[in-house]
Design a protein around this ligand. Sequence first.
Ligand SMILES: [Zn+2]
Length: 77
Amino acid sequence: MSIKRFIAGAVCPKCSEMDKLKAWQEGGMQYRECVACGFTDSMSLEAPEELPTRVNQAQPDPKDEIQVVKIFDGKTQ
Ligand SMILES: [Zn+2]
């Protein structure tokens, strides 16, 4: 069920080896494992406090500018 993937550029906090950390999610938890020294870590996914989940809502709608242009376009001539 769980897919273990290597984290590109990640450094193991225990042995400082790069690209040795595998990560996977299981049961609402994020796990990390170092294949070099056997280090394991886990953190909960239930409280995503630092995740930028509001990126789409914060972006302005580009259609607003297009509508303004159309209003002036009808009054020319
Ligand atoms: Zn390690």
